[in-house]
Design a binder for this molecule. Structure first.
Ligand SMILES: Nc1ncnc2c1ncn2[C@@H]1O[C@H](COP(=O)(O)OP(=O)(O)OP(=O)(O)O)[C@@H](O)[C@H]1O
Ligand code: SF4
Ligand SMILES: [Mg+2]
Length: 338
């Protein structure tokens, strides 16, 4: 998958008449603002960042749920924007998404068997030809995610949160996709259950050769699953690095800040140290580097000039003037619990 300068703008203006009467301008929110990356077959790319930085919007752009305002996204050369059109059907079968809240995304009035069978029927796959074949495939899918074939006749409310997320995973796998976009798939779950679901996903990835884009605001979760990590801040990727680099030698001051407050996967309660400063209003992003109001290394250039991603050492890319100018000291790993 190749993503180039992907952008998504939302029109969040007041209704037309109000704007006219109150002489208010149109208001545009740049949720994703020029994001580029490649995703290779079989790898897991983690996307991390605070609430509102545009992670879910990226996910929805990748699976074709939102249209692009600018830029391009292609899978094996085929544009993802075509997912909404009939000729995008095959691509749509191969790219599936798992959402954060397994309850909201499962129809409460349908039995689990029907929920999992639905994508097979929609895509008119060969197994959907007879009820027997369909039931057999549903049973297979349930067992693949560690549930019982007898669960097909139950309703979503009869399951725990973790089991419901397993049902979502079974449904996502039904069409034999090779690319899964997982948007905070375990954030709504208890920590112990979270680890089980993450392990299941890793196991399935190994067995089925899946490619994952894995979104989480939790770096401990990302550390558990990702091969490479992209750090997002206000609609942009500010650092992209192999996992080992990101956790031992983070470059961007924002990445360092996230790593310093990282909770353990089994850490309960609030983070040990709160992140300094607040996320700025995305409707009025700061000039230059949008992180400058929170950055201890900000200077005049940072306030003026938007930093672009450049290749730094060890396969990392970073968008930071301070790193480029070599005026930011190396990260002291001693403070990190790895
Ligand atoms: N459909 C929409 N209409 C208007 N604004 C939107 C829409 N979807 C997202 N936004 C805005 O775009 C920005 C990015 O939102 P997004 O949901 O992508 O962030 P996120 O990183 O997934 O956050 P979270 O961690 O809270 O899920 C936010 O400011 C959000 O309010
Ligand atoms: S560009 Fe400047 S303000 Fe932005 S992160 Fe780097 S040093 Fe800090
Ligand atoms: Mg989100």
């Amino acid at each position: 998958m190749r993503v180039r300068d992907a952008a998504r703008v939302f029109d969040v203006s007041a209704p037309f008449l109000n704007r006219l009467l109150e002489r208010k301008p149109r208001v545009m929110l740049h949720a994703v603002n020029g994001v580029s990356f490649d995703l290779h077959r079989g790898e897991t790319l983690g996307l991390v960042g605070e609430s509102g930085c545009g992670k879910s919007t990226v996910a929805r752009l990748l699976v074709g749920l939102y249209g692009l305002s600018a830029g391009s996204i292609t899978i094996e050369g085929q544009p993802v924007t075509s997912l909404a059109r009939p000729e995008g059907r095959e691509l749509r079968r191969r790219v599936q998404m798992i959402f954060q809240d397994p309850y909201a995304s499962l129809n409460p009035r349908w039995r689990v068997g029907r929920i999992i069978a639905e994508p097979l029927l929609v895509h008119k796959l060969p197994v959907a030809k007879t009820p027997q074949l369909l039931a057999k495939r549903v049973a297979e899918l349930l067992e693949q995610v560690g549930l019982s074939r007898l669960d097909a006749s139950k309703y979503p409310h009869q399951f725990s949160g973790g089991q419901r997320q397993r049902i979502s995973i079974a449904r996502a796998l039904a069409t034999e996709p090779n690319f899964l976009v997982c948007d905070e798939p375990t954030s709504a779950l208890d920590v112990s259950v979270q680890a089980q679901v993450l392990n299941l996903m890793k196991d399935l990835q190994g067995r089925l050769g899946l490619t994952f884009l894995f979104i989480s605001h939790n770096l401990a979760v990302i550390r558990h699953v990702a091969d490479r990590v992209g750090v997002m801040y206000l609609g942009k990727i500010v650092e992209m690095a192999p996992k080992a680099n990101l956790f031992t030698a983070p470059l961007h001051p924002y990445t360092r800040m996230l790593i310093e407050v990282i909770p353990d996967l089994d850490h309960r309660g609030p983070p040990r140290v709160p992140i300094a400063g607040e996320v700025p209003n995305p409707l009025a992003p700061p000039s230059g580097c949008s992180f400058h109001p929170r950055c201890p290394f900000a200077n005049e250039r940072c306030k003026r000039e938007v930093p672009e991603l450049f290749e730094a050492a060890g396969g990392s890319s970073v968008a930071c003037h301070g790193i480029e100018e070599k005026r930011i000291p190396e990260f002291a790993t001693a403070s990190v619990v790895l």
